[in-house]
Every structure is written in C-alpha cells, then in structure tokens.
Design a protein around this ligand. Structure first.
Ligand code: NAD
Length: 377
C-alpha cells in the first residue's frame, strides 16, 4: 500500500513496498525553487563537491565561440562519432592550440571497453598529460565514452562536453554520469565524473532528423511528467517546437541540475530521473538497436503512471511521433526486468507518477511490472 498521506497517491496501484521521497511535495519544491531561464544563460551546477561548481552555458552560436569560455590553449582530444556533422568537431578544433579529432562509429556499440581502450591509446600516443583535456562533441554515446575516458586517463583529466543531440542537451550532459556498456548490460562500467564546462548550442540541433529530435524530447517529457507540470503543459501546447526548444532545453537542464545537486550519487532523489527507464531498459535489451533510448523511455513511462497522466502522456508522445505501444513479446520483458540495476532482493525500485509533477518510488516485483506492461503498453 502506498503511504505518505498524500491523497494524490491513494488511487495508485498496490506495490510490494513503497517509499515516497520525503513527502511528495519534494517534487513541487524542485519545480518552485527554479526561476525561469533565458537563452544565452549560464546554469551553474553544484558549488560543492563532487561537481565543484561547473557552468552549463546555453547560447546560440556557443560552439563558434567555444574558445571564449573553454581553456583550449593546450592539447585537446575531441571525441565525436561519424554520424555527427564533421564540421562541429572541426569548428572546435580550429579554436584549440593543439587538437586531435578521434572519431568513433556512431551507435551504442561505441560505448564499449574496446572503444575506451582505443581512446586511451590515442591519448597516450599523442602524449596527453594531466594538464590537457578531452572534449566530447556528440550525443550521449560520445559524451558517456569521452567522459569515462577523461575520468580514467591518468586518474582524471579535464573534460568538456558539447552535446549535439537533444537527449544529450537536456539530460546526459548534466549530472556527471559517464560509462561504457559491458557484459551485455548498459552502463555497467563507469564513474561519476563532472565536466569542467558544458556548452549547449541550440543551433547544433538543426541537423538532427525528426525521429532523433523526438527521442530526445522524450527525456524532457520524462522530467516534466515527474518534476514540472508547467513544462509538460508547454510541451503539450507547443505549436512551434523548433522555436520552443531552447527554453525546453534550458528548463530541463535546470530541473536536472536541481536534482543532481541534492543527490549527486543517486542514493535517493536522483532516482526520479529513472522514470520510464525500468521498462525502457528492458525493451532496449529485448530489441537492441530497434528503438532509440528516448523511444524506450517514452514507452516505459506508460505502465507506471496514473490513468489521467497516462492519457496526457500518450497524447503528447503521439503528437511527437513517439511510440506508445510495444509490439514485441511482453512476457519476454519480465526476466529482463529482473536484471535491472535497481533491483533490491525480489523487487525492482521503480518511479511511479500518479499526476503531472509528482512522483513516488515503488518497489515492485518484475511480475507486477509485467502485469502493468500487459495492461497499459
Ligand atoms: N550520462 C547520462 O546521464 C545519460 C543520460 C541519458 C542517456 N545516456 C546515454 O546516452 C546515449 C544516447 O544518447 P543519444 O540519444 O544522444 O544517442 P547517440 O549519441 O547515439 O546519438 C544518436 C545519433 O545522432 C547522431 N547525431 C548526434 N548529433 C547529431 C547532430 N547534431 N546532427 C545529426 N546527427 C547527430 C549520432 O551520430 C548518432 O547516430 C545512451 O547510451 C544512453 O545510455 C546517458
């Protein structure tokens, strides 16, 4: 049974055990404590360790002017992939004293120990020292790989991130999680390692195709659904997504920043960012490469929310061409749910959202989640 005395949660499904993060109003506080953001702004993340206070600069044309706010007067290993327009890495390289561009194949396969080892070899070969740096120019794959390599090489060199997908701008570039995949599971080997600076240039989204843009938007919808009802409304009501994107990005960065500052190592509140991920990761494992990560998160939200919110989420996901039903074998997802990293004994800690802008943590068995998948996905 849900506890916590918040009437919004009384209709929620039975779960084996439920924890509501210290009063559900926590989520409201997260939203209220944030001021509105202007584009051309700097969002500071975590003045205390482990983030040590770094800035996320959000500005049109930021990449062209990277030299104004990053220390590029040294060796810079620019990591990108072969799906990112090559001009982006070259624009950064032109502003560096000594730049090397390391291009990996696009796709999740580059978040591997082999790609990590190749990048380490390149750093060694070019004689990178502790005073030099690594810069990611790409989506979440490049950011996670480059960040983990920066964390590991010589026990840590400076890391800059220039996210080029919407997903990376709203989510993966914020919060210091870096990793590669291992043993057939995602993000098994990694580190919390905060960048020295993040440059978000909304201009770089112009080359993304519609499907990738929507996949990134799914992560913004995820944050809006649990943390900020006003952001959800903005995304629902948008009549010109391109025009609204910079504000959506800035707001999402603020929301994630606020969560990460309170719980950098994901011991409590930060788990709210996993809304949609328990089921989403199972789908990703069941059908590798079939869907983008954000598409899996989109589907993954639907079994774990209240009826009213589900109707809204379905409508907004459909509006942006995101999948709202799973056409694979639902039963095959249950054993994959049991392999979830958030597993505690027989249950998996899931994030449940009854209404927009609220969330609760619920410990459910894979079978219970499977039952909801059968009903709602
Ligand atoms: N570290 C974190 O906190 C965190 C959070 C969420 C997701 N992730 C990880 O992020 C990864 C997914 O990131 P993603 O969705 O950005 O995927 P991605 O990095 O694979 O990029 C998707 C595709 O877009 C292409 N691309 C990138 N920028 C482009 C641009 N501006 N124009 C045209 N094409 C471009 C890439 O070449 C790639 O083919 C997953 O591995 C996921 O686990 C990490």
């Amino acid at each position: 049974m849900l506890t916590g005395g918040n009437k919004e949660y009384r209709e929620a499904p039975q779960a084996s055990e439920t924890t509501i993060f210290p009063t559900c109003q926590e989520s409201g506080e997260v939203a209220r404590s944030l001021s509105s953001v202007k584009i051309g702004t700097t969002i500071r993340v975590g003045d205390a360790p482990p983030a040590q206070g770094y800035d996320t600069v959000i500005a049109f044309g930021a990449l062209q002017k990277a030299g104004d706010c990053l220390d590029l007067d040294r060796k810079v290993m620019i990591v990108t992939d072969d799906g990112v327009p090559a001009g982006y890495a070259q624009t950064l390289a032109a502003q560096c004293k000594e730049a090397y561009i390391h291009t990996v194949p696009q796709g999740e396969g580059s978040k591997s120990l082999a790609a990590f080892a190749e990048l380490l070899s390149a750093l060694l070969e070019k004689g990178f020292t502790r005073g030099d740096c690594v810069a990611a120019v790409g989506g979440g794959v490049v950011g996670d790989l480059a960040g983990f390599t920066a964390a590991s090489y010589l026990r840590g060199v400076d890391f800059y991130n220039v996210p080029t997908t919407l997903l990376a701008q709203v989510d993966s570039s914020v919060g210091g999680k870096t990793a590669v995949n291992f043993g057939g599971l995602k993000n098994t080997v990694g580190a919390f390692y905060f960048p020295k600076k993040v440059l978000i240039d909304p201009d770089l989204l112009a080359t993304l195709d519609a499907r990738l843009l929507s996949a990134g938007l799914a992560e913004a919808i995820k944050m809006a659904a649990t943390l900020d009802a006003a952001l959800l409304k903005k995304i629902e009501n948008s009549v010109n997504l391109t025009a609204d994107l910079p504000a959506i990005v800035a707001r999402s960065v603020e929301l994630k920043r606020d969560v990460v500052e309170r719980d950098p190592y994901e011991t409590g509140l930060r788990r709210v960012l996993n809304f949609g991920h328990t089921v989403g990761h199972a789908i990703e494992s069941a059908q590798p490469g079939r869907y983008y990560h954000g598409e899996c998160v989109a589907m993954g939200m639907l079994p774990l929310c209240g009826d009213g919110l589900r109707a809204r989420l379905k409508a907004v996901l459909e509006k942006y061409g995101l999948p709202t039903s799973y056409d694979g074998d639902r039963a095959a997802l249950v054993p994959l749910l049991a392999r979830d990293k958030k597993r505690i004994g027989d249950t998996v800690r899931t994030v449940y959202a009854e209404t927009a802008g609220t969330f609760a943590f619920m410990d459910m068995t894979p079978e219970e989640i499977g039952e909801r998948i059968g009903r709602y996905l």
